[in-house]
Design a binder for this molecule. Structure first.
Ligand code: ZN
Length: 160
């Protein structure tokens, strides 16, 4: 059986996002436009769960469920350790949007989406902090400067 690397890597990332424990989040590789490395969408379940009726006596309110998509071109990064770091950095970025509730605000109202600036400097710094926290949990050394990390990611991605 093939190991689902994304599920495993996402599981690790969620360690630094305890507030999101109540959500179901899945992740898969998919086709995204060239410059988009990842995106998150909310999945809406409409069907009534027969299992829930039998097990809990009623069809329970659907939990919030989200899906993170990672650009499939990243699969071309051959070294697994390197691919993992880049993918996890993207996951941390997406999870922080979820924690900040950027998505729910965004999807509701297009005008708001245009007005609300979500990629501000503090956001990027917070992604960097969480990513470093994750690295520490995994026993990797911190990356000292955000510029170094961006340089490294850009360099690797530009080659694939
Ligand atoms: Zn973003």
């Amino acid at each position: 059986m093939m190991v689902d690397e994304l599920a495993e890597w996402l599981h690790e990332c969620r360690e630094v996002f305890p507030k999101l424990n109540k959500y179901k989040i899945t992740c898969e590789y998919g086709k995204l436009s060239k410059n988009v490395l990842g995106c998150t969408s909310r999945l809406i379940r409409r069907e009534i769960s027969a299992d829930d009726i039998l097990l809990f006596g009623e069809s329970r309110k659907p939990e919030k469920e989200f899906e993170i998509k990672i650009n499939e071109k990243l699969k071309k990064i051959e070294r697994e350790n390197v691919r993992k770091e880049i993918v996890q950095y993207i996951m941390v970025h997406e999870l922080l949007h979820l924690e900040n509730k950027d998505l729910s605000t965004l999807s509701k109202n297009y005008k708001k989406r245009k007005k609300k600036k979500i990629h501000v400097k503090e956001f990027d710094n917070e992604v960097f902090e969480r990513y470093n926290k994750l690295r520490e949990l995994k026993g990797l050394s911190r990356i000292q400067k955000i510029e170094d990390l961006e340089f490294a990611i850009h360099k690797i991605i530009s080659k694939i």
